[in-house]
Design a protein around this ligand. Structure first.
Ligand code: F6P
Length: 503
């Protein structure tokens, strides 16, 4: 593969884009040669700032996706493009796949998702004549001629949630890592890659899973600790090294749109900050406090006010500079004893046979699972989840707008129209909706609009009354429970199949 003429591009939105970034960074590191152009590149909707903060509006724009792809592939003759959309729904990715399908002389498009094609999103997209499902079906047609490929095993959290949000992304990582590593073995080491090699990697991931969850007691203790901290309005800080630092940053950044968390409730830091990230746009710290991510920044800005209620979690492996780890831990210990570590060593993951899998990739996966459990569990304990639904989500794009309406329907049993009106009332802060309000694009919302709408519908009250109710119950789950138990309407959840599926 000549990097002058060829390129592999991984692209996605939110978590999927962050996983794309992680895979590309590790792969380029593995194959790097002096003065050689990079073989692999990533695209994330919203650009590099989306790695640390949620930038969900650009996910709706298929033309933007196509333009970004066109730009990074300028001058290339062969491009393997992998569009990741776990829920088979992101318009940004659909636009890119459509672009590839129109230029099959250069592009070999691959769609990775965890939905059957017939369940791909069929809602119209912004300024576009086709929808995601159309593109997925065209991909299937081209697959017959081996010009395009659809990888869509129905597995994992993605198939249940219809999205990669928070707990998703692990299957994406396992599948694409296997493909990239297989390609590496074949192209750079002249090895014959058999289906057995690939399934050995999948089996290795299963063993990582077993090893990780064999520590469920320790994990439960950490969840408890983190939950207590959040309940006390204290913080959880992940201090990671190398790619484990990226895993920490990713997990932390997703808590904001998923649980309505503040950016500093759970925060990640990485050794050497953006220098270690090696992202395309470089140092983004000028963008604001969410982008201040180095260990040094932690020492300068957080450490002086660190309290015993804050949870410190170090993430490292035996390959890291253990003197550096110890020195930082000593500094932290002077302020708090609430210090924990997820530390990986070689012994714990002695998986025989598989040569193509590096320890680091297994450590990343294990760390991801631990952090996803800790941050999710902590927010459940904080009361941000009601009957397994993450109801305090931010409504910041069309998919999340539909999801919010679905949640309202499920809990209230009311019609889609009624739920949409209640949501709009909460979004526009009014009880009187005008024509303009009901027809505009409204998904730029960061307030607690879903719980507000839920209370309005369930209690049949005004916006002001709903807000007052929420103010009286600072814990979202308690607010919603109280409203259901006091309302005359019976508390019920509609069965899943009676609510229109999320597009
Ligand atoms: O729109 C937000 C979001 O749901 C994120 O939570 C998620 O990571 C992203 O979209 C991408 O989802 P998918 O991989 O299903 O396209």
């Amino acid at each position: 593969m000549d990097p002058e003429e060829s390129l592999i591009v991984l692209s996605g939105c939110g978590t999927s884009g962050r996983i794309a970034f992680l895979l590309v960074t590790s792969f380029n590191e593995m194959v790097k040669a002096p003065k050689q152009k990079q073989i692999c590149s990533y695209i994330i909707a919203g650009g590099d700032r989306a790695m640390l903060t949620s930038q969900e509006a650009p996910e709706d724009d298929p033309a933007l996706g196509a333009r970004m792809l066109d730009k990074i592939c300028a001058g290339k003759k062969h491009v393997l493009f992998v569009g990741i959309s776990c829920g088979m729904s992101a318009p940004f990715v659909a636009g890119q796949l459509d672009f590839c399908l129109k230029h099959l002389d250069v592009f070999t498009p691959v769609l990775l998702g965890f939905n059957p094609v017939h369940m791909a999103r069929s809602e119209p997209m912004q300024d576009c004549s086709f929808h995601f499902k159309d593109v997925a079906e065209r991909m299937i047609a081209e697959q017959r001629h081996k010009k395009a490929f659809v990888l869509n095993p129905v597995l994992g959290a993605e198939a249940i949630s219809g999205s990669s949000r928070m707990k998703g992304g692990s299957a994406t990582k396992i599948i694409l890592e296997s493909i990239l590593l297989a390609g590496h073995e074949a192209a750079f080491r002249g090895k014959r890659v058999t289906p057995e090699c690939i399934s050995a990697w999948i089996t290795a991931s299963e063993m990582v899973y077993e090893t990780t969850y064999s520590h469920s007691d320790e994990l439960a203790a950490l969840i408890h600790q983190a939950g207590e901290s959040l309940q006390m309005k204290a913080h959880v800080y992940y201090i990671g090294w190398q790619t484990l630092g990226i895993i920490g940053l990713t997990d932390a950044s997703e808590c904001v749109p998923t649980f309505g968390a503040d950016f500093d409730d759970i925060r990640g830091f990485i050794n050497n900050g953006f220098r270690e990230m090696k992202n395309k746009e470089g140092d983004l710290s000028f963008l604001g406090p969410e982008f201040v991510i180095g260990h040094k920044d932690f020492v300068d800005t957080i450490l002086p006010s660190l309290s015993q209620n804050d949870v410190m979690l170090f993430l490292f492996t035996v390959n890291d500079d253990l003197h550096e780890v110890t020195a930082l831990a000593d500094q932290v210990r002077r302020r708090t004893s609430n210090l924990h570590a997820i530390a990986h060593d070689l012994e714990k993951f002695t998986i025989p046979v598989i040569v193509m899998v590096s320890h680091l990739q297994r450590w990343e996966l294990s760390t991801k699972w631990c952090l996803n459990a800790i941050s999710t569990g902590a927010h459940v304990l904080k009361g941000k989840v009601y009957m397994n639904y993450m109801i305090d989500l931010r409504v910041t794009n069309s998919k999340l707008y539909r999801r919010a309406i679905n949640i309202l329907q499920r809990f209230t049993g009311c019609s889609k129209g009624e739920c949409e009106r209640a949501l709009l009332r909460a979004i526009y802060s009014t009880d009187d909706l005008s024509e303009d309000m009901t027809s505009a694009d409204v998904w730029k919302h960061t307030d607690v609009v879903v719980p507000t709408a839920l209370v309005m519908i369930q209690c049949g009250c005004t916006l002001a009354e709903a807000r007052h109710h929420l103010d009286c119950h600072p814990v979202i789950r308690d607010a919603v429970s109280a409203c259901f138990s006091s309302s005359k309407t019976k508390n019920f959840i509609k069965p899943l199949d009676s609510v229109e599926a999320e597009p």
